[in-house]
Design a protein around this ligand. Structure first.
Ligand SMILES: NC(=O)c1ccc[n+]([C@@H]2O[C@H](COP(=O)([O-])OP(=O)(O)OC[C@H]3O[C@@H](n4cnc5c(N)ncnc54)[C@H](O)[C@@H]3O)[C@@H](O)[C@H]2O)c1
Length: 270
């Protein structure tokens, strides 16, 4: 006997899937049979993800949108439904540092805080709202918010990012409570340090090595592991799971060893 996960006939939307973790989530959802809407702010990257999916025999379309614009979120979700006829799975993956560098708590101004909260909490909430409205009409759906392992182990210079992602954990609970009676499950996934192109560029090698050495599994998370986890969480195998934060961090949250501090941002305005 074997058990397979089959998302055939479902439509999945993955925000920010033109690169990194989102791209791998899109690829894995397509490998499991879902028709995937690839959203990104960068048109070339979105198309490149669609090409990767179709090269493997999957089905995907690119919908380019900057989700910092509230109306573009509603247009994106409407476009996804127009393309696929429904919306079964939505993975709210856009987040990160909003173009800011790690900065000491005492140096961050209001603009910095607002950028981080906008890019992570507000954008995720508004995507969830637009997706939930469609799913409530269907009476079914799965939403996965991308949080961070940072919410379990605060690091120096990352307080606004950590707080914004921790707010996503609470948002996930609240969404699960309000949307559960409508047949919608809402969970969050928390990547540990994941070597995407951007992260690779940002981390000095010794910082990365210290992070890896501090995890029980002595490794980083790969983007494809978030893809596999999303395929599972979106499936019937996880049908009784809602309102949970699922860590994919090689056990980093168990570690008592801190990675060395990043050098403070010399220009706190950035
Ligand atoms: N990489 C890590 O180590 C790590 C760890 C924990 C959590 N995360 C979270 O995982 C998610 C993905 O991170 P990643 O490392 O893959 O990032 P990434 O920068 O590699 O990819 C993000 C994608 O989102 C797109 N994007 C950015 N702003 C957008 C906007 N306003 N509208 C539409 N698209 C936009 C970018 O063009 C890019 O293709 C983020 O929420 C991040 O906070 C990442």
């Amino acid at each position: 006997m074997s058990i397979a996960i089959d998302h055939s006939g479902k439509v999945a939307l993955v925000t920010g899937s033109g690169a990194g973790i989102g791209r791998e989530i899109a690829r894995w959802m397509a490998r499991a049979g879902a028709a995937v809407v690839v959203n990104d702010i960068r048109a070339g990257n979105a198309t490149a993800t669609v090409d990767l999916v179709t090269a493997e025999g999957g089905v995907a379309t690119a919908l380019v949108a900057d989700l910092r614009d509230d109306t573009s979120i509603d247009r994106l979700v409407a476009g996804a439904v127009e393309w696929g006829g429904r919306l079964d799975v939505a993975i709210n993956n856009v987040g990160m540092m909003a173009g800011r560098s790690p900065t000491r708590f005492i140096d961050m101004d209001g603009a910095y805080w607002r950028d981080l909260l906008d890019q992570n909490l507000v954008l995720t909430a508004l995507c969830g709202r637009a997706e939930a409205r469609v799913m409530m009409e269907q009476g079914s759906g799965v939403i996965i918010n991308v949080s961070s392992g940072e919410t379990t182990r605060p690091s120096p210079l990352m307080s606004s990012y950590g707080a914004a992602k921790a707010a996503i954990n609470h948002l996930t609970w609240s969404m699960a409570v309000e949307l559960g009676p409508h047949g919608i499950r809402v969970n969050a996934i928390a990547p540990g340090t994941t070597l995407t192109e951007q992260v690779e560029k940002a981390f000095p090698a010794d910082h990365y090595e210290a992070i890896v050495a501090a995890t029980p599994l002595r490794r980083e998370t790969s983007p494809s592991e978030l893809g596999r986890l999303s395929v599972y969480l979106a499936s019937d195998l996880a049908r009784c799971t809602t309102g949970q934060l699922i860590l994919a961090d090689a056990g980093a949250f168990l570690s008592r060893t801190r990675p060395p501090n990043l050098a403070p941002n010399p220009d706190p305005g950035k």
